[in-house]
Design a protein. Structure first.
Length: 686
C-alpha cells in the first residue's frame, strides 16, 4: 500500500483558505456589521447553529476580519475548562486579563489589572476548593470576617470603575468569544449567561457567544420563565449560521470518502448499487459537517480491514448506521439471521424472525424508512417480512459471489472480523476460478491448499458456473478430475451424499455445458480423457457426461461414450493402472470389465500392492444409522464383498490378496475388516 492519505479530524477551520463551503464572504460581511455597531455600552452577539453545523469555523472566519486594521483584539474564554466546582466569575476575569496581557500592549495593562481585582472581589473565597473550608473555619464566625466583606464590597465598586474607565478609553472594542456553550450542563449554561448579564454593560466589550439556540433556550427555561425571552433580553444581535445545502454536504461526503477509499487495495465497489444505497440510507443520516467527519473517520479502519473482502457499498451503509443510529445497528445484529435466511421451496415463515424484523423497525422509529431501504438494498431475504417478497436458496450463491452482506457469512465477517470456514473456502475458490484457464497454475494452487479443504474449495467453484469461459473447460476439467484422489475421506452426516467424485463432477458437468454443441463437447471430453491419470477418474467422467440414466441429459454422443468406455476397459484389462496408489474407484472399473467380458473375464494380476490396497479401499463404505429420539449417528464400515470376490476371481484369490496386504500394511483397519469377511462375518442389514 502507498503512503495513506490523511483524513482530517473534526477540527474547525481557522482561515478562509480552508473554506470549502463558501462561508467566508458571509462571515466577513457579518464581522463588518459588528465593527459598525456602537459598543460604548457593550454588545452581546449570538452566533447560532445546531451542533456540528460549523459555528466555531464561522467565528474563526469572523476573526480574520477583526484582525484587519484597525484591529479588534479578540480574547477567548473556554467554559469547558473552568466548569464545575471552580468559581466561574473569578476565573473568567482572570482568564480575560491573562489573554489581554498576552497581547503585549501597555494599553491593556490597566484593564487586565482591574479585571483581576474586580473578579477577585466578586468571587467569595468560601466557594473556592481547598481554601474555602479553611476560610470558613477561621474567619466566618468572627467580627474580622464582617470587616473583610465590607472592604470587598467597597473595592468592587472602585475596581469596576477602574475597568470601565480603562475600557472606555480604548480606540477599538475588545471581542470576547465564548464558544461551545451548548455542550455544557444545564446548570453551567445558566452560570455562563448570568456572568454575561453581569458584565454585558462594560464599554467597548463585544461578547460573541456561539451556541445551539434550542439547547440553550431549553436550559434557560425555568419556573415558567421562557428561555427564549431570557435570551432576547441578553442578545442585541444574533446570526444563524447558514445551513449547509444538501448538494454541498454530499460533495463533502464524496470528497472525504474518496480520500478513504484511495487507501484500500483491491477494493470491491459496485457503482451500480451505490447511488440507491447512498440516497436512501446514508444521505438521510448525515446531517452536518461534523457528521461528515465522524463518518469518514469511522469507516476508514473498517474499509481497510474488510474492503477487499466485502462489498464496500454494504460496509458504508452499515457503518452509517453504527455511527449515527447505534441502537438500530444493534437491532440489525440481533436480526441478522432473519435478514439473511432465504426461503426454501416448502419452508414456512419463522415467527421469531418476523418479531426480530418488527423490533428492528420499531427501534428505528422515525427512521423506519431508512431501515426498510436497508432491507431492500442490503438484505433482500428480509423482504419476506416487510413486503412479502420471497428469495429462494439460489440467491445465496449470488450474494456470496458478489461478496454482499445479504449472505450471512459476509455479515458475520463484518460483525466478528473473523472469516467463517465457508467463506474461507469461497475465497480460495475465487483464486482458483481466476486460474481455471491455466492448467499449471490451477494445479499448483490446488496442490498448495490443505488436503482437507480441497473438496470444499472445488465445491464453491459452482458459484461461478455462469461465468465459466469455453477456453477454461478442458484444462479445468483435467485438473479437477485428477484431484479426486487427493480429497481425503471425511466424516459425513446421515444426509450428506456429496462424496469427492460427486463434488468434482458437478463442476465438470457445468464446465462442459459452456460448450454450445455436442461435437465440441465430444472433442473436449476426448482430450480430457487422455490427460486424466487414473482409471477411476476416467470412468466417472464417462459415467457423468455420457452414461447418465436419462439419455436426454447426456452431454456427449453415444458414439463418443462407447468409444471412450471401450478404450478405458481395454486399457484396464491389459495392464496395471498408470497411478495405482491414486485409484479411488478401481473396483468399479474391474467390475465393468467383468460385466462386459462375462465368462471370458480374467481377473487382473494386481502385481503392485498399491493396486491391491486401492481395490479394497474402493470397495469400502460406511453404513450409518440413527435411533429415534437420538442425534447420535452409528457408523459401521463395510465391504462390497460379492463384487470384490467376483473381480478378484474367487474367494481363494481374494484371500491371497488380503494376505499380501497384511504383509505390507500389518493389522490395518482395512485388513482386519477384510479378514472378518473371510472368516464368515456379514453385517446385519435389518
Amino acid at each position: 500500500m502507498t503512503n495513506p492519505t490523511k483524513v482530517s479530524v473534526d477540527n474547525p477551520i481557522t482561515s478562509s483558505a480552508q473554506d470549502t463551503l463558501g462561508r467566508a464572504v458571509v462571515a466577513h460581511d457579518f464581522a463588518n456589521v459588528v465593527r459598525e455597531l456602537d459598543a460604548s455600552q457593550g454588545i452581546v452577539i449570538g452566533v447560532l447553529g445546531a451542533w456540528g453545523h460549523g459555528k466555531t469555523s464561522f467565528v474563526n472566519l469572523m476573526r480574520e476580519k477583526f484582525s484587519v486594521t484597525p484591529e479588534l483584539p479578540v480574547v477567548e474564554f473556554n467554559p469547558w475548562v473552568f466548569s464545575g466546582d471552580q468559581q466561574l466569575t473569578e476565573v473568567f476575569f482572570r482568564e480575560v486579563a491573562a489573554e489581554l496581557r498576552l497581547k503585549d500592549e501597555s494599553r491593556f495593562e490597566a484593564i487586565a489589572a482591574g479585571l483581576e481585582k474586580y473578579g477577585d472581589v466578586l468571587s467569595p473565597l468560601a466557594l473556592v476548593p481547598w481554601f474555602g473550608s479553611w476560610f470558613d473555619r477561621t474567619f466566618r464566625a468572627t467580627k474580622a470576617a464582617t470587616n473583610w466583606w465590607s472592604e470587598r464590597k467597597k473595592g468592587s465598586r472602585s475596581f469596576k470603575e477602574q475597568v470601565v474607565d480603562a475600557l472606555a478609553g480604548l480606540d477599538q472594542p475588545i471581542v470576547v468569544v465564548i464558544d461551545d456553550i451548548d455542550r455544557l450542563t444545564t446548570a453551567e449554561i445558566r452560570d455562563i449567561f448570568k456572568l454575561v448579564r453581569l458584565t454585558a454593560n462594560f464599554p467597548n466589550v463585544i461578547y460573541v457567544l456561539a451556541f445551539d439556540r434550542h439547547r440553550v433556550e431549553q436550559a434557560l427555561t425555568e419556573d415558567g420563565i421562557s428561555g427564549r425571552a431570557y435570551l432576547e433580553k441578553i442578545l442585541q444581535l444574533s446570526f444563524d449560521v447558514p445551513m449547509v445545502a444538501a448538494e454541498m454536504l454530499r460533495a463533502q461526503v464524496f470528497e472525504r470518502l474518496d480520500l478513504v477509499l484511495g487507501d484500500v487495495d483491491d477494493l470491491r465497489f459496485d457503482t451500480t448499487i451505490w447511488p440507491d444505497v447512498y440516497i436512501e440510507i446514508i444521505d438521510p443520516l448525515v446531517r452536518s459537517l461534523r457528521d461528515v467527519t465522524r463518518f469518514a473517520l469511522s469507516v476508514k479502519p473498517t474499509l481497510r480491514a474488510l474492503g477487499s473482502q466485502i462489498e464496500t457499498v454494504d460496509l458504508l451503509a452499515l457503518e452509517a448506521l453504527r455511527v449515527f443510529r447505534p441502537e438500530v445497528f444493534a437491532a440489525v445484529h440481533s436480526a441478522r439471521m432473519a435478514l439473511t435466511e432465504t426461503q426454501s421451496a416448502y419452508g414456512g415463515e419463522n415467527p421469531h424472525h418476523r418479531s426480530e424484523v418488527e423490533n428492528l423497525l420499531k427501534v428505528a422509529a422515525q427512521d423506519s424508512d431508512i431501515v426498510r431501504a436497508l432491507i431492500a438494498r442490503l438484505f433482500p431475504a428480509g423482504r419476506r417480512y416487510t413486503e412479502n417478497t420471497r428469495y429462494g436458496s439460489d440467491w445465496a450463491s449470488t450474494w456470496k459471489r458478489d461478496h454482499r452482506v445479504a449472505h450471512v457469512g459476509y455479515l458475520e465477517l463484518y460483525f466478528g472480523r473473523t472469516l467463517p470456514a465457508e467463506l474461507t473456502a469461497f475465497q480460495r475458490a475465487e483464486t482458483a476460478f481466476a486460474r481455471l484457464g491455466d492448467a499449471t497454475a490451477l494445479a499448483e494452487y490446488l496442490d498448495s491448499l490443505p488436503r482437507g479443504d480441497l473438496e470444499s474449495v472445488v465445491s464453491e467453484l459452482e458459484v461461478y458456473q455462469n461465468e465459466y469461459v469455453q477456453e477454461s473447460v478442458t484444462p479445468a476439467c483435467i485438473v479437477l478430475l485428477n484431484r479426486i484422489p487427493d480429497m481425503p475421506e471425511r466424516k459425513r452426516g446421515m444426509f450428506d451424499l456429496m462424496s469427492p467424485d460427486i463434488v468434482v463432477t458437478r463442476v465438470v458437468i457445468r464446465l462442459l455445458r459452456r460448450l454450445d454443441n455436442e461435437q465440441a463437447r465430444d472433442d473436449a471430453v476426448r482430450r480430457i480423457f487422455a490427460e486424466v491419470d487414473t482409471f477411476s477418474s476416467r470412468e466417472v467422467l464417462i459415467r457423468s457426461v455420457g452414461r447418465v440414466k436419462d439419455v436426454g441429459n447426456a452431454l456427449i454422443s453415444s458414439i463418443c461414450a462407447d468409444e471412450l468406455e471401450s478404450a478405458l476397459l481395454d486399457q484396464a484389462a491389459a495392464g496395471p493402472s498408470p497411478a495405482p496408489g491414486r485409484e479411488w474407484n478401481l473396483l468399479r472399473v474391474y467390475w465393468l470389465i467383468a460385466e462386459r467380458n462375462g465368462e471370458s473375464y480374467v481377473a487382473p494380476r494386481l502385481a503392485d500392492i498399491a493396486e491391491v490396497r486401492s481395490l479394497l479401499l474402493s470397495s469400502r463404505s460406511v453404513a450409518r444409522a440413527q435411533s429415534d429420539g437420538s442425534r447420535h449417528v452409528r457408523e459401521e464400515p463395510r465391504l462390497a464383498w460379492e463384487s470384490l470376490t467376483q473381480v478378484a476371481g474367487g474367494v481363494e484369490k481374494l484371500e491371497t490378496l488380503v494376505h499380501r496386504l497384511r504383509e505390507a500394511d500389518g493389522e490395518s483397519e482395512l485388513v482386519q475388516l477384510a479378514e472378518r469377511y473371510l472368516s464368515g462375518w456379514r453385517p446385519d442389514n435389518s
